[in-house]
Design a protein around this ligand. Structure first.
Ligand code: SAM
Length: 195
């Protein structure tokens, strides 16, 4: 898994672009800046955007090529981010220490365990922001894993995040235009939740 992501990121171009995900950007702008965590953040487009808006950013990914590109993007934007190399499964952090956690197109084999683990790092009353491909994405060719179990469903997410106080889902078909690899009709799920 790690190898294929490193290969994908080893080119000069940012494969998911350098602009933040649109839904994430819209939701971020509703919040007061604080400490924010980006698990599986890839080349850093969302993390760097948050840093430009005054957030104190911690990001990580299992790919070292991702980290190199994210740090280069941060430098280009004159911001600092703390970017670590880790899997979600191995990541360790103090509990209740982030004001927001952001998962944009994060699809892993251990979805349920990873989701439950990440919620622990969120302070009570603070926000979780998610956009990812739904299981209907198997019908499209705009990116995402070809493995049904890695794709999202509202039912599974409701169960993963049952400890959250307030959770809003939207499931929709959108036109994706993110870099080289997220282009075209896409079936996605968006989540905003408060711990
Ligand atoms: C589709 S990319 C999305 C990157 C970024 N969130 C964005 O929106 O541009 C998915 C990322 O998940 C990372 N990844 C996949 N499984 C992971 C895991 N178990 N732990 C940490 N990172 C993982 C990959 O290395 C890749 O960078």
């Amino acid at each position: 898994m790690e190898n294929s992501w490193n290969q994908r990121y080893a080119q000069e171009e940012y494969v998911y672009g350098t602009e933040p995900n649109g839904f994430f950007k819209e939701e971020l702008l509703k919040l007061q800046p604080g400490r924010i965590l980006f698990p599986a953040e890839g080349e850093g487009r969302n993390a760097v955007y948050a840093a430009t808006q005054g957030w104190k950013v911690v990001a990580f990914d299992s790919s070292f090529e991702a980290k190199k590109k994210a740090e280069k993007l941060a430098l280009k934007n004159n911001v600092t981010i703390d970017y670590q190399i880790s899997t979600i499964e191995d990541f360790e952090n103090e509990e209740k220490s982030f004001d927001a956690i952001v998962l944009i197109y994060v699809h892993t084999d251990n979805r349920e365990e990873n989701h439950r683990k990440l919620v622990k790092y969120l302070k009570p009353g603070r926000k979780l922001i998610i956009e990812g491909f739904s299981k209907n994405q198997l019908e499209n060719n705009s990116g995402g894993p070809r493995n049904l179990s890695m794709l999202l469903s509202v039912e599974e997410l409701k169960s993963d995040f049952k400890t959250m106080n307030d959770i809003q889902f939207s499931e929709l078909d959108i036109e994706l235009n993110e870099g080289l690899l997220h282009i075209g009709k896409a079936s996605v799920i968006r989540v905003i939740a408060t711990k």
